[in-house]
Structure formats: C-alpha cells, structure tokens
Design a protein around this ligand. Structure first.
Ligand SMILES: *[C@@H]1O[C@H](CO)[C@@H](O)[C@H](O)[C@H]1NC(C)=O
Ligand SMILES: *[C@@H]1O[C@H](CO)[C@@H](O)[C@H](O)[C@H]1NC(C)=O
Ligand SMILES: *[C@@H]1O[C@H](CO)[C@@H](O)[C@H](O)[C@H]1NC(C)=O
Ligand SMILES: *[C@@H]1O[C@H](CO)[C@@H](O)[C@H](O)[C@H]1NC(C)=O
Ligand SMILES: *[C@@H]1O[C@H](CO)[C@@H](O)[C@H](O)[C@H]1NC(C)=O
Ligand SMILES: *[C@@H]1O[C@H](CO)[C@@H](O)[C@H](O)[C@H]1NC(C)=O
Ligand SMILES: *[C@@H]1O[C@H](CO)[C@@H](O)[C@H](O)[C@H]1NC(C)=O
Ligand SMILES: *[C@@H]1O[C@H](CO)[C@@H](O)[C@H](O)[C@H]1NC(C)=O
Ligand SMILES: *[C@@H]1O[C@H](CO)[C@@H](O)[C@H](O)[C@H]1NC(C)=O
Ligand SMILES: *[C@@H]1O[C@H](CO)[C@@H](O)[C@H](O)[C@H]1NC(C)=O
Ligand SMILES: *[C@@H]1O[C@H](CO)[C@@H](O)[C@H](O)[C@H]1NC(C)=O
Ligand SMILES: [Cu+2]
Length: 628
C-alpha cells in the first residue's frame, strides 16, 4: 500500500538527511474478520484487515488520502500524538478541526512530523469507529542520529506488539444500548476477548542473545492492562514518543492510547519458550461474565520445538508492584515549567440528564458538538476569535494565550479510572493522587498541600487518573491550534467527556500554512455545514448562538430524580427479558434501583416511587439534537 512518490532534499543546515514523501491511498469500508473464533463486521482498509503500519523517518512527509467507502456513515482520521505544528487542520477529530468526511468523499491528510521520533498510532475520530478496527500503528524511526538509543549500540532488532479489547458486536449495536435510558448507571459494554496483535494467542518469535527495541501500543478503546514476560525484565526508553532515561522494570501498566518502548534482551539458551502476559485491569469492568478470560497468555518463542507455555503468575499487582511512570525522567531533562499563568480546574462526574441517559461531564458540561467545526469558527471569527462565546456554551471551549503556562487540574469525582489525552502536545504530569475508596469522599488537588513536583517531570500525551482522585498536567501553549482534551475511553467520549482548547487564535488565523484545503470546504458543503460561522451555524452575528446544539436538560429540581427512577423501573419491568447483560454490567437487577438512586442523588425510600408521576416541567434548556 505504501508508495514512495518522490524524494525531496531537506535543506536543513545541520543535517542533510533525505526526507521522503509517503503516499497512502486508503478506502475505509465494511468487511468481515474473525479474530477470536467469531466472524463479525470490521472496518477494512482497501478491503484488508487489520490496517497497515505506517513507518516513516523523522522529517518525512505523510500524505493519506482517506476515501469514505461506507454507504451509511461519515468518517475521519486522527494521528495520535503528532503535534501537527502549523497543520492543525490535519489533526482529524470531526467537528473540531474538520467536517466529517461524507460518503463517497475524500480527505487528504498531509503533514510532516519534523520534531518527533517514536511510537504513535492512528485511528478514526468519528464515534465508535476505531472500536470496529479503524486503527493502526505509526512509527517515526530513529535511523537518523537524533534518537538517544541506537541500533547496533543499544539494541539489535525492533518489534511491535499491540493491545486491544474485542467485541462480537459492532459499535452501532453497542452505543445505542449503552447511551440508553435502560442503562441508567452508564455501565460500559463488556468485551468478549482481550487481544494482542489481533489474536488471543500471539507468538513473538525471537532470536537468542539479542536486544530488542520493543514497542507496546494499546490501540484499544476501553481497558488497561498489566504486561509482563516470564523471566525477562524490560528497560523503558520511551513513553508516548518522549525518550526517557533508561528505567528497568518487570511489569508495565498500559492504558488505551499509551505507548511504551522498552529494551528487552533475550537469553542465550533456546531450550524454553516464555509466557507473555496480558492481564486486564478488571476493576474497570462493571461485570465479569463467567468464561471471560481476564489473563491472556501469549508466547515468546525461542524455538517452535519447545513445549507450549503456561500462564505465568505474579504475586502482586498493587500500585507499588509495577512501573510508576511518574518516576520516568525525559532524556532531554526538560525542567518543570514555571508556575502556571492559567489554571483550568475541571471535575469529572457521570450523571443522568432528563432523558434518563447517563452522560459524562467536565464541570457540568457534557461535550456537545457544535454546528460548525471549532477551527472553522476560529478562522472565520476575526477579532471575535478570542471570545469563547463564539464557540458555543456546550463545547466547553477555552481560549489560551500564546506561550502561557497552563495547568489542567483534573479532579475525578467518579469511581472509575480514566486515561486522559491532550491533542497537539505532550505535558508534564506533575501530580497524581493515590486512589480513594468508593466509600470515602473524593480528594481534590490542593496547591497548598501536595507532594513535591519533580525537577524533570515525566512527559507524555496520555495519563490516567485514579478513582475519586486527581492529576495535574502542565504544558506550554506553544502550538497554535484547536486541540481536544478528552478521556480516551471511547465509551466515555461518546458520553461527552471532552473539552476543547483554542490556543492562540490570532496566530492560527495568521499562519498561511494553516488554512483549509478545498477538500475541507467541499466536505463541509456536502454535509450542509456552514464554513464561515459560529458554533450555532450563524454566519452574520458570531455572538448570536440561537440554534446551537446543547445537552439535554438537567433533571428538574424537586421530584424528578425519583421520577426518572420510577419511570425506568416501570419500563424495566416491561422489558426485563430484553436487557443484554453485557450492557447492564455487574448490577443484579434487584439492586439496580439502589444503584440508580445513588447515581441520581436520590436518597428517599424507593418504595414510594409508584406515587410519582413523571412529567416534563419547563426545562431550562432546549433538548439536544447535536449529540453525536
Ligand atoms: C485511490 O485509489 C482509488 C481506487 O483505486 C482511485 O480511484 C483513486 O484515484 C486513488 N486516489 C489517489 C489520490 O491516488
Ligand atoms: C455526516 O455528518 C453530518 C454533519 O454532522 C450530518 O448532518 C450527517 O447526518 C452525517 N451523515 C451520516 C450518514 O451520518
Ligand atoms: C501537501 O502539502 C505541501 C505543503 O503545503 C504541498 O506542497 C503539497 O502540494 C501538498 N500535497 C497534497 C497532495 O496535498
Ligand atoms: C547486538 O548488538 C550488540 C551491540 O552492538 C552486539 O554486540 C551483538 O553482537 C548484537 N547481537 C546480535 C545477535 O546481533
Ligand atoms: C497457541 O499457539 C501455539 C503456537 O501456534 C499452539 O501450539 C497452541 O496450541 C495455541 N494455544 C491455544 C490455547 O490456542
Ligand atoms: C504485531 O503487530 C504490529 C503492528 O501491526 C506489527 O508491526 C508486528 O510485526 C506484529 N508482531 C508480531 C510478533 O506479530
Ligand atoms: C527485574 O526488575 C525488578 C523490578 O525493577 C527487579 O526487582 C529485579 O531485580 C529485576 N530482575 C532481574 C533478574 O534483573
Ligand atoms: C491472573 O493473574 C494474576 C496474577 O498472576 C493471578 O493472581 C490470578 O489468579 C490470575 N487469574 C486467573 C483466573 O488465572
Ligand atoms: C455543577 O452544578 C452543581 C449543581 O447545580 C453546582 O453546585 C456546581 O457548582 C456546578 N459545578 C460547576 C463546576 O459549575
Ligand atoms: C494534605 O493532603 C494529605 C493527602 O491527601 C491529607 O491526608 C491531609 O489531610 C492534607 N492536609 C491538609 C492540611 O489539608
Ligand atoms: C496577525 O496579522 C496582522 C496583520 O498582518 C497583524 O496586525 C497582527 O499583529 C498579527 N497577529 C499576530 C498574533 O501575529
Ligand atoms: Cu473515561
């Protein structure tokens, strides 16, 4: 699929490496695949599955023609972890930096990554599509001498392993059941299997006495794993494209979207094969159906003549028994940035709105897509681009000044773990609180009471926060563009756990390289989307938000929590037989009322709910049409 169309001479003063242009012509469409004994529809690339690895050198140009070959849906493509300096319009998330690519249309992603080396990946940024397989690995190689760890000196060979959960149903089946009145606690769909390299039983053939640079990439959309190999330690050398000082460990915890690159040296004796273990963090699952294999055993094979490997057990998976990424030191020793100019404090909660569906919120806002992509509004808004209002009140858009130091203080009031990702940047993770038990009150970050920040904090693009606890991410707003910040659990993103940063809007407007291509405009027009408008699609008065998309109304004050519970239960009684256990999660139905009542904040005795009449009192907000 790769064709090298041209060679360009890089005119850099310091190096005269040859920069290549890699052109990919990809058509996304439905096909089928059988990864775990069960054939199901998957999203294919030019009729093939899985999607190809993109392997380029630093400074190379990447051109991907993404053709929408579906007959029923839009699509998009995001290159995860790439800064897209000066090419924000190529970042990919629909309704943020571009219009969705309509059926039969093409979007050409055209960018370079002159300042990045390491492990990345790409995936659709249209709801649910990467869960159906529209994703792959991207590697920016270290052949030139800019990477601190070198082939022939630090290692001999490279290898890549990918992690993903796998469902037997498509996202089209899972999402409507998940975002549903009948799933009032927001229990996430339970995967059918946990795979490595798209298989339940992966074999990695190794040579003896060889050091591998091994890339671990979690291209899944939900669960984290512990990863370890029987009898072999690993030395971490890079996280999320950031080289780090060597750090030895025996177990790695990897969330979705994270990458770890490790050195691993094989034994000189080929008489035994070893187990490669992939253990699900089962605390993230609301239900563990009997028969669900939580520990998957794969093979590190020195010889196919050796006996089959057996599951390898470890004693401890507690927080102090695996790599703490906060201990990593970036190889470049970037110092802790100065105190922040701008602090963004956000609380994460999951709660129900008036339609009974469980959503995810940052500060009471569940991200609701605008009618015009935010970048397009920036480019059209003139002097008003620094006024947050033009981006709408339900996109949770925050304007940043060029080069200011920003802290995102994220207080997780939810009882689950979440991996958060910021587009266009790596940030310093300067604090991460310990986990807090479900029964204890959540702990907010406090600038006057925290562990000392590291001198050279770990930097990466995806970090997890523990239940009911907090994290603080610090970065410099040195990349003008529109960047999404969101939970990388795809189910939580469709629940609205996202916000948008508009970084240095005047500079975005002034950068002649950062303009829309004719295709951007054509794709918008084919979708009936106004190119030059505010979040509400208004082209005249950018401060007029009439008609903007907003979230469903809050549960009105007074009775309504109970009302919804009552309504849910009368309906549940009627449809009990139809509920799929995968959606319901751990709850057994007789305890469901209590769970829902807690979620809704209703403490009254549920015996009385029969008396409650569900009625729509005048709502504060009009109902939403723009939610995914
Ligand atoms: C991509 O491939 C399709 C199908 O072969 C072809 O019709 C199209 O012209 C190609 N596009 C580009 C930009 O090469
Ligand atoms: C594609 O996106 C546009 C704009 O959001 C929307 O109006 C249209 O319904 C979508 N098309 C499909 C097939 O989902
Ligand atoms: C890609 O971008 C470069 C730089 O802007 C431009 O010269 C080139 O024509 C573009 N190629 C395509 C296929 O869009
Ligand atoms: C691996 O690289 C080291 C260091 O360059 C070298 O000494 C060793 O011979 C290499 N091993 C193999 C199997 O190529
Ligand atoms: C896993 O794969 C190996 C090597 O292909 C094979 O010998 C073994 O039987 C398989 N194990 C299972 C449980 O499928
Ligand atoms: C695993 O998948 C990656 C990504 O597609 C690929 O590069 C690699 O060669 C595969 N490794 C093995 C051992 O199959
Ligand atoms: C492997 O790493 C662990 C944890 O860092 C360490 O305690 C152990 O000594 C190492 N084992 C070997 C054989 O080096
Ligand atoms: C999964 O692995 C852990 C750690 O080795 C072990 O404690 C647990 O018993 C395993 N579970 C099963 C079902 O084998
Ligand atoms: C969220 O809403 C609650 C209840 O209306 C209110 O008390 C709280 O201050 C709001 N939080 C934020 C951050 O706006
Ligand atoms: C400081 O934080 C620690 C850990 O969260 C907590 O136990 C302690 O009570 C806090 N102290 C004050 C003065 O808030
Ligand atoms: C953008 O360009 C205009 C006109 O050239 C200039 O007046 C303005 O200072 C520039 N703004 C920034 C932030 O570069
Ligand atoms: Cu999440």
């Amino acid at each position: 699929m790769v064709s090298v169309t041209s060679l360009l001479l890089a005119g850099a003063l310091a190096s005269s490496a040859l920069a290549e242009t890699h052109v990919y012509n990809w058509t996304a469409a439905w096909g089928t695949a059988n990864l775990d004994g069960y054939e199901r529809p998957v999203i294919t690339c030019n009729g093939e599955f899985p999607w190809p690895d993109v392997i380029v050198n630093k400074g190379d140009r990447v051109i991907v023609h993404l053709n929408n070959g579906f007959d029923d849906r839009n699509t998009s493509l995001h290159f995860h972890g790439l800064f897209q300096h000066g090419t924000n319009q190529m970042d990919g998330p629909e309704m943020i930096t571009q219009c969705p690519v309509p059926i039969g249309h093409t979007m050409t992603y055209n960018f370079t990554a002159p300042d990045q080396i390491g492990s990345y990946w790409y995936h659709s940024h249209t709801a649910g599509q990467y869960m159906d397989g529209m994703r792959g690995v991207m590697v920016i190689s270290e052949d030139n001498n800019d990477y601190p760890y070198k082939q022939g000196i630090d290692y001999n060979e490279t290898a890549t392993l990918t992690f993903m959960e796998w469902y037997h149903d498509t996202a089209d089946v899972l999402i409507p059941d998940f975002l549903n009145l009948y799933n009032p606690t927001g229990a996430e769909p339970i995967p059918n299997n946990f795979l490595m390299n798209n298989t339940k039983n992966m074999t990695w053939e190794v040579e003896p006495d060889t050091t591998y640079l091994l890339r671990l990439v979690n291209i899944g959309g939900f669960v984290s794993y512990w990863f370890f190999i029987e009898g072999h330690n690993m030395t971490v050398v890079e996280v999320d494209g950031v080289p780090v000082e060597k750090y030895e460990t025996d177990k790695i915890y990897i969330t979705v979207a994270q990458r770890y690159t490790v050195l691993i040296t094989t034994k000189d004796d080929t008489s035994k094969n070893y187990a490669i273990m992939q253990l699900v963090d089962d605390g993230m699952l609301d239900l563990i159906p009997s028969g669900l294999l939580l520990n998957t055993t794969h093979t590190m094979s020195y010889s196919s003549d050796n006996a089959e490997v057996e599951e390898y057990y470890v004693d401890c998976l507690d927080d102090d028994c695996y790599l703490d990424d906060m201990k990593l030191v970036p190889y470049d020793k970037v110092e802790l940035y100065d105190d922040p100019d701008h602090v963004i404090t956000i609380s994460v909660i999951m709660d129900n709105l008036k339609n009974g569906v469980n959503y995810a919120f940052f500060n009471n806002i569940t991200y609701t897509a605008p009618k015009t992509p935010t970048l397009l509004t920036v480019l059209a808004a003139g002097d008003l681009a620094s006024n947050e209002l033009v981006y709408g009140t339900n996109t949770h858009t925050i304007v940043l000044q060029k080069d200011e130091i920003v802290d995102i203080v994220l207080n997780n009031e939810d009882t689950g773990k979440h991996p958060f990702h910021l587009h266009g940047h790596v940030f310093q993770l300067i604090d991460r609180g310990a986990a807090v038990d479900d029964d204890d009150p959540f702990v907010h970050f406090d600038y006057d009471n925290h562990t000392e920040f590291a001198e050279y904090p770990m930097m990466r693009d995806t970090v997890y926060v523990r239940p009911q606890s907090n994290i603080v991410m610090r970065f410099k707003a040195d990349n003008p563009g529109v960047w999404m910040f969101h939970c990388h659990i795809e189910w939580h993103l469709v629940q609205g756990l996202a916000l948008v940063l508009v970084e240095a809007p005047e500079e975005i407007q002034n950068n002649s390289a950062q303009q829309l291509t004719q295709q951007h405009i054509d794709n918008c027009e084919a979708n009936g989307i106004n190119v030059k408008s505010n979040a509400a699609g208004n082209t005249e008065n950018f401060l007029d938000l009439t008609g903007q998309n907003v979230q469903h109304g809050d549960i009105p004050d007074g009775f309504t929590g109970k009302g919804i519970v009552a309504m849910v239960f009368s309906c549940i009684a009627a449809i009990l037989g139809l509920i799929t256990i995968a959606v319901y999660g751990l709850m057994d139905i007789k305890n469901l009322e209590v769970e829902v009542a807690q979620d809704l904040g209703v403490v009254e005795d549920l015996q009385n709910t029969e008396d409650v009449v569900v009625e729509e009192t005048s709502s504060k907000q009009s109902s939403a049409e723009g939610k995914y």
